[in-house]
Write a protein that binds this ligand. Structure first.
Ligand SMILES: NC(=O)c1ccc[n+]([C@@H]2O[C@H](COP(=O)([O-])OP(=O)(O)OC[C@H]3O[C@@H](n4cnc5c(N)ncnc54)[C@H](O)[C@@H]3O)[C@@H](O)[C@H]2O)c1
Length: 337
């Protein structure tokens, strides 16, 4: 399956196929030098499979984990490119989850003002979400994605077989992002996931349909000026839960709980039932003042309000600029329920 992203000046293909990781060379000129960047939590078979296809490829392994998505590791990638005398006609390939894609993608965006970048996402979250849309970044002093750019890959290769080595908790975290896209944009996909009894065997379908939503959203708002904020469904409260949890909850788990604060009526019931069936956490243990403390300090809280993505009916959503007092009431209501 091929999905084409059409952003003016940045047209590229996403190839989705089982086993495609063994065949990336067919799409990248062999005369280029290639730096394959992965992290030490990604099974090495994936990066090795890519390196072995090229005559001039080097593997560079960074430390896993979001705490390591920092300027030091970014500089390490730049140094690796420089030490191997990469020029602007060479290329970088990322093999890993969103952390590797964001960090090494940013290195590709900035090394010599930009070299070709190919992305091979290997977590479900990166396959349905972070590998397209062009956002690359590192954290600054622990604050997420403060330094970054919009820089699109030349091509994305999605091999659902790489998910076989992903543990269930990480798999579910990625699924939350697909559910988020379905809940806000595609009632039929939501229904499909609701009724799917063997999600792993049908994951290729879910990835493709989630990517088609992300494609539509990203093409309509490449620089995240407005409509793309629909992808933040669940993230305002979710981010607060993630921050207060200090590592207890994965991002996707926090977003799952966050979605339940910003959905209503039948949509809320259906999302809750689906998350419950998948074994995702539904309620956090933090008080309304604790959650509000983080939300009020969030960088997105502009002049006393936050743009919330609200879902009242599965498949559609509204972006509503919401005063902090209303958010507080929403949170308190759910806490009481
Ligand atoms: N650019 C965007 O638009 C965007 C969107 C959402 C999230 N993000 C970013 O993505 C990152 C999170 O991405 P993630 O959830 O993929 O986490 P991640 O990249 O940290 O990967 C999670 C863990 O899974 C391991 N792993 C990766 N692939 C594996 C595989 N196939 N088998 C076994 N283990 C594997 C990694 O080593 C890591 O330990 C965050 O930094 C977040 O800010 C970016």
């Amino acid at each position: 399956m091929v999905i084409r992203i059409n952003i003016p000046g940045n047209e590229y293909e996403i190839l989705i196929a089982r086993g495609v990781i063994q065949d990336v060379k067919s799409y990248i000129p062999d005369e280029k030098k290639i730096l394959v960047v992965t992290d030490d939590g990604v099974p090495s078979i994936y990066a090795d499979a890519v390196v072995s296809q090229f005559s001039h490829a080097y593997k560079f392994v960074i430390k896993q984990g979001d705490a390591n998505k920092n300027l030091r590791q970014y500089e390490d990638v730049l140094n690796a490119l420089s030490q191997h005398a990469f020029t602007r006609s060479d290329a970088l390939i990322t093999v890993g989850g969103g952390m590797v894609g964001d960090l090494a993608g940013f290195a590709a965006a900035t090394y010599m003002r930009g070299i070709d970048f190919y992305n091979i996402p290997t977590t479900l979250l990166s396959q349905v979400d972070s590998s397209i849309g062009g956002k690359v970044a590192v954290n600054l002093s622990g604050i997420k994605n403060t330094v970054g750019a919009f820089y699109h890959p030349k091509r994305v290769f999605i091999d659902p077989d790489t998910l076989n080595t992903l543990d269930q908790r990480l798999f579910n975290e990625g699924l939350v992002e697909a559910i988020k896209m379905a809940a806000t944009n595609d009632a039929r996909l939501f229904e499909y996931i609701e009724h799917c009894r063997d999600i792993k065997s049908n994951i290729e379908d879910i990835i493709v349909r989630a990517l088609l939503i992300k494609k539509k959203v990203v093409e309509s708002d490449p620089k995240e000026k407005g409509p793309r904020m629909v992808l933040n469904f669940g993230h305002t409260v979710g981010h607060a839960i993630e921050t207060l949890g200090k590592g207890k909850y994965y991002h996707g788990e926090a977003v799952a709980m966050g979605m339940l604060y910003t959905s209503d009526n039948e949509a809320k019931t259906r999302i809750e039932n689906l998350l419950c069936r998948l074994g995702l956490p539904l309620k956090d243990e933090f008080s309304t003042p604790e959650l509000m403390g983080v939300i009020a300090h969030d960088k997105k809280a502009k002049s006393g309000g936050v743009t919330l993505c609200l879902v009242d009916q599965i498949g559609s959503s509204k972006l509503v600029s919401t005063p902090l007092e209303e958010i507080e009431q929403r949170i308190a209501r759910r806490k009481k329920a």
